[in-house]
Design a protein around this ligand. Structure first.
Ligand code: ZN
Length: 733
């Protein structure tokens, strides 16, 4: 193998992304970051959060000033694609190497022995420069491979070889003596030492294939290490494509594809019910995928058999569970009752199987059984519905099951697919080091796992509410008549919080923590379609906040046209009712406690001149809250906030209304003043009328709305909370 030539042109199935002109400008540690990012960028090389890289570099010791060897290795739980320098752990190499003696001196050593797990915390004694990043559990491999650079990846094509019945023979056939084979064993010192010995015995080897796991490459030159990884993957992919079974992939198609519109309709009808079923312990968020590849699998003859065997690679089943729920249903019947029954039966069996797997494989010190519901549900004709504690996690679940399918396809093309041994799978799923990873996660926020629809999110109170609730962990569906405004708020949220991790194939719900939708709430069909879109994006709803409203001033004679009267009621009362009523249908399918919050007004109880239609509509809205609370109890709580005039950020206060109000209240102003200045003037006038002498802002309403949908006010329904600074006339009685 020559380090001089670039083998770019020889790769057919992977992307060679290394650029010397970039890499050569970088320091050695930044070259490691660069190499990691380039590996992570091509999804055929590794999955989200999977794989790790390392370099053994000379650094200056902060105490002695002397040059020391440091092992830089990707931190636990990080992602190669997005890793930065702080994503890497740094360990004194001589200290890490000294750990080998500690391990060898323990007479009870071996795979899965107490000393294996006791080694991991010892890395804390090796920290270079007080770097707090926890190192990968694959660190023994990186330490014991006697080369400067090591890349360890989980590529589908290589795992397909590694998950074939004849994996060892295939490794020889594809790579000759250039790649060593080692059968599956849980990461740790024992397998690290085996690999060290294998490399000694096979000095010509440039990499290793790890049964049911992945591969590693090594070199004393970092670019060569990168290119070797690419070559190992490309050769496996090439071999698989030569044996591709074409039409006969997964035994051929058992069911034909449904028209898009039928498929989408059935998905959006079944998903909220399914969400309720899988969320009996904790709520989950969905990612739906129904592209051609996914449909080829769920519609195939062999899909159910292969899925039932379970997944093959630890990284996969930690997210997807050992196997998915494959629903038995003939999509050509379009019979949703049969589908519901079939999923219900499937879930009962799935939970029993999971319990049996736990009971059979558990050790005396195993952690308690985790949630027994499936993380992946496969439905012929409809595709995959993957679940996670939030959108980002469900996308990763989806991504990993795509990997699992791709592995099955490859393995079945070249040989026969073989799932991981159940006990081995269990020992990974319930491994104390994996449990420790879970415990390192930050505690969940109050609205984590929840999907909140904010109607009227484009401005004012709705916008403030969207920003307030996302802080508590909620996914936000920003809805507005003005589609551009709704989408702009969703983008603001994504810009601030990021799109999340994970890239699901070509799913229809590849969205981040927020989406923007348009809706005319006075049109029931429009509202129903909006909710159907939400089902496909997130799988359900937990709260609906309605802030959309309209204020129509009377004409110069003090009259309101009948059409404007009707429009005021259409939006402020009927629209709110239609949204609540359509939401109720979904809440009933989910059977999970939910919330509806309306925005009424202090004016609902204060009669005054000049806002007859508005005030009357808000009075009706106050009573709508009570009626809905009665109708929807005990499943859904229905409450409202009643703001007093919120001037700031409100679309209900255009310049001429502000001027009209200032004139009416005899507040002096000049035509020269800007819109904002005039609004401030009016806001401070209103502030002075309140007991608290303070202006009422959108953020104040958002805070009250958060309280109403949070568990903090879980015993309040049918009520209206004034957020008006204290208006004596507006006191509720
Ligand atoms: Zn690995």
């Amino acid at each position: 193998m020559s380090t001089q030539t670039t083998r770019k042109e020889r790769f057919a199935f992977v992307r060679h992304l290394w650029q010397d002109e970039v890499a050569n400008q970088l320091s050695e540690i930044d070259r490691l970051v660069y190499r990691s990012n380039k590996l992570g960028e091509d999804l055929t090389l590794t999955n989200t959060g999977g794989g790790n890289t390392s370099s053994k570099l000379s650094e200056r010791d902060p105490l002695t000033g002397e040059s020391v060897e440091v092992l830089w290795v990707k931190g636990s739980g990080g992602d190669l694609r997005t890793a930065k320098r702080d994503g890497f752990a740094s360990l004194y190499l001589d200290k890490v190497r000294a750990m080998k003696a500690v391990y060898l001196n323990d007479p009870g050593r071996g795979p899965k022995t107490p000393i294996e797990d006791a080694m991991y915390p010892m890395y804390s004694h090796c920290l270079f420069n007080l770097n707090p990043r926890a190192c990968s559990i694959d660190t023994p491999l990186h330490t014991l491979v006697p080369y400067k650079h090591v890349d360890h990846l989980h590529p589908n094509a290589v795992i397909a070889v590694a998950a074939s019945v004849n994996q060892e023979r295939l490794t020889r056939e594809i790579y000759g003596d250039e790649v060593i084979y080692v059968p599956w064993q849980r990461p740790g010192f024992d397998i690290g030492l085996q690999i060290e010995q294998l490399i000694k015995d096979h000095p010509q080897a440039r990499g290793i294939l790890l049964g049911h796991h992945g591969m590693s490459s090594w070199s004393n030159d970092d670019k060569t290490c990168y290119e070797t990884a690419l070559e190992i993957i490309d050769r496996a992919a090439r071999y698989i494509e030569q044996h591709d079974r074409g039409e006969q992939t997964f035994g051929g198609q058992k069911y034909g594809a449904l028209p898009d519109v039928d498929r989408r309709r059935m998905q959006s009808e079944i998903i909220p019910w399914l969400r309720g079923q899988v969320s009996i312990n904790k709520r989950f968020v969905a990612t739906v995928q129904d592209d051609e590849r996914m449909l080829r699998f769920v519609n195939s003859h062999d899909g159910p058999r292969l899925a039932d065997l379970g997944t093959s690679c630890p990284d996969h089943f930690l997210r997807t569970k050992i196997k998915p729920l494959f629903v038995d249903w003939d999509p050509s019947t379009r019979d949703l009752d049969r589908l519901t029954q079939s999923i219900a039966d499937g879930l009962v069996q799935y939970r029993k199987d999971y319990q049996a797997y736990y009971e059979k494989c558990r050790r005396p010190d195993s952690p308690a059984m985790r949630d027994a519901n499936p993380a992946v549900v496969l439905i012929p004709g409809l595709g995959m519905i993957a679940w996670g504690k939030n959108k980002s996690e469900s996308r990763v679940t989806a991504e990993f099951y795509n990997c699992a399918i791709e592995v099955m396809r490859g393995a079945e093309a070249i040989d026969k697919y073989e799932a991981m041994d159940q006990q081995e799978a269990f020992d990974i799923e319930y491994w104390s080091l994996e449990e420790a990873k879970l415990r390192r996660l930050p505690p969940e926020k109050e609205l984590d796992r929840q999907i909140v629809v904010v109607v009227g999110a484009g401005a004012g109170i709705g916008k403030a509410t969207a920003h307030r609730l996302v802080k508590e962990g909620a996914h936000i569906v920003c809805v507005d008549l003005d589609e551009a405004a709704a989408k702009a708020i969703a983008e603001e949220i994504i810009d601030k919080y990021g799109p999340g991790i994970g890239v699901a194939g070509t799913g229809i719900s590849d969205c981040g923590p927020a989406i923007g939708l348009s809706c005319d709430i006075t049109n029931r069909e429009n509202v129903a379609r909006m909710f159907a879109d939400i089902m496909l994006a997130y799988g359900g709803i937990d709260s609906v906040v309605i802030t959309a409203g309209i204020f129509v001033p009377p004409d110069k004679t003090g009259r309101i046209e009948d059409t404007l009267w009707a429009r005021t009621f259409g939006i402020n009362v009927t629209g709110a009712y239609i949204v609540a009523d359509e939401a109720h249908k979904i809440f009933q399918k989910q059977k999970l406690p939910g919330n509806i919050v309306l925005t009424t007004s202090a004016n609902a109880v204060v009669a005054k001149k000049g806002s007859l239609a508005y005030d009357t509509s808000k009075a009706a809205a106050n009573h709508l809250v009570r009626e809905l609370a009665v109708e929807m109890a005990p499943l859904v709580r229905v409450n409202a906030v009643a703001p007093a005039t919120v001037v700031k950020g409100s679309t209900m206060f255009p310049r001429d209304r502000v001027i009209a109000s200032l004139t009416k209240y005899q507040v002096p102003f000049s035509d020269e003043e800007s819109d904002d200045e005039l609004r401030d003037k009016l806001a401070s006038f209103y502030a002075k009328r309140s007991l608290m002498q303070t202006a009422i802002e959108p953020d104040d309403q958002a805070e009250a709305i958060f309280l109403l949908i949070s568990p903090r006010l879980s015993k309040t329904t049918g009520h209206v909370i004034p957020v008006d600074g204290g208006l004596q006339d507006g006191f509720l009685r």
